[in-house]
Design a protein around this ligand. Structure first.
Ligand SMILES: C[S@@+](CC[C@H](N)C(=O)[O-])C[C@H]1O[C@@H](n2cnc3c(N)ncnc32)[C@H](O)[C@@H]1O
Length: 291
């Protein structure tokens, strides 16, 4: 295939595809296999067209970091943001029935008044952190006794804007029971619901790159981290880096939730798998735990 430098011809050349793939991998940890070429191709073409100067000029701007918006736009185009409310609900059961009672018991035993801190990373369009908030409000009996902080992050700025707005259609909402919908959402159109302000304001949304060790140092002392359906997009090296950064984000004894097709055992031995009645979670060993 010929090299398109105008941006108007369809199809990236092999070399262009490789350069973009390498750039995305280094910046985000996301690894695109050869069979994702069509997906990448279409989105890169859209970015090049938007920029207007052809592939080479666009890629030079991207690489030199001269225009941060170009990089963010490409990242936003290439992320896969599939999510919905109460996805893999047994994990929220594990949170309210097994993990938070442990955290609460430990806080009471030590007399600590520290807030309970939960990180949802990646949060995509927000359904996951709002689901955490909903399940705590609906089903965790100790909610009145503790301050809870929920921080939610994603590398994609477009989904973060969507999440902050908190408006969802039927596809996102289909697993939300009617009574919960009535209590925590306002109906804004026939098929669109918006999270009520009290819950919306309780989530602190931020741009976060889980593979960026330097910036991840700002995330510390979480009792719980949800990192679901992200590691599937990473190769071994990125997964290990992400695992180490998530380990650093947890307090000793803190718990990590992964997606149903993800397993820490294949990535790194630094976490201890914990089998709860509702499923498996991974724990950062408490201080003094036997190695
Ligand atoms: C499939 S969604 C998962 C959302 C939610 N956790 C769930 O399970 O429903 C994957 C998200 O990962 C985000 N993402 C990809 N690479 C990332 C990175 N390096 N750091 C943070 N977020 C990333 C994407 O923007 C996307 O929104």
């Amino acid at each position: 295939m010929s090299v398109s430098t105008t941006g108007t011809e369809p199809g990236l050349s092999e070399a262009q595809f490789s350069r973009v793939r390498e750039w995305v991998y280094r910046r985000t940890g996301i690894q695109f296999a050869d069979n994702k070429r069509y997906f990448v191709d279409k989105r890169v073409q859209a970015c090049v067209r938007e920029h207007g100067g052809g592939f080479d000029a666009w890629f030079a701007g991207l690489r030199l970091g001269a225009n941060a918006a170009l990089a963010q736009e490409l990242i936003n185009e290439l992320t896969v943001n599939e999510t919905y409310f109460l996805r893999e609900d047994h994990q929220f059961d594990a949170l309210v029935k097994s993990v938070l009672p442990r955290v609460a018991a430990e806080r009471r035993a030590t007399g600590s008044t520290d807030p309970i801190r939960i990180l949802s990373l990646p949060c995509s369009t927000g359904e996951e952190p709002y689901s955490i908030g909903l399940r705590l409000l609906e089903d965790w009996g100790d909610i009145e006794d503790f301050d809870v902080e929920i921080v939610a992050g994603d590398i994609d700025t477009r989904v973060l804007q969507f999440a902050q707005r908190g408006e969802y259609g039927p596809r996102s909402m289909q697993r939300v029971p009617l009574a919960v919908r009535t209590r925590w959402f306002d109906r804004v159109k026939a098929d669109t619901h918006r999270v009520k302000p009290d819950l919306r304001d309780a989530i602190d949304f931020r741009i976060v790159n889980v593979c960026d060790t330097e910036s991840m140092r700002a995330y510390r002392d979480f009792d719980v981290v949800f990192c679901r359906n992200l590691l599937i997009y990473f190769d071994e090296i990125s997964s290990r880096r992400a695992a180490e950064n998530l380990f650093g984000a947890l307090r000793p004894g803190g718990h990590l939730f992964l997606g149903h097709s993800e397993s820490m055992s294949r990535i790194s031995p630094i976490f201890t798998p914990v089998r709860l009645p509702e499923g498996i979670v991974y724990q950062r060993p408490p201080i003094g735990a036997a190695p």
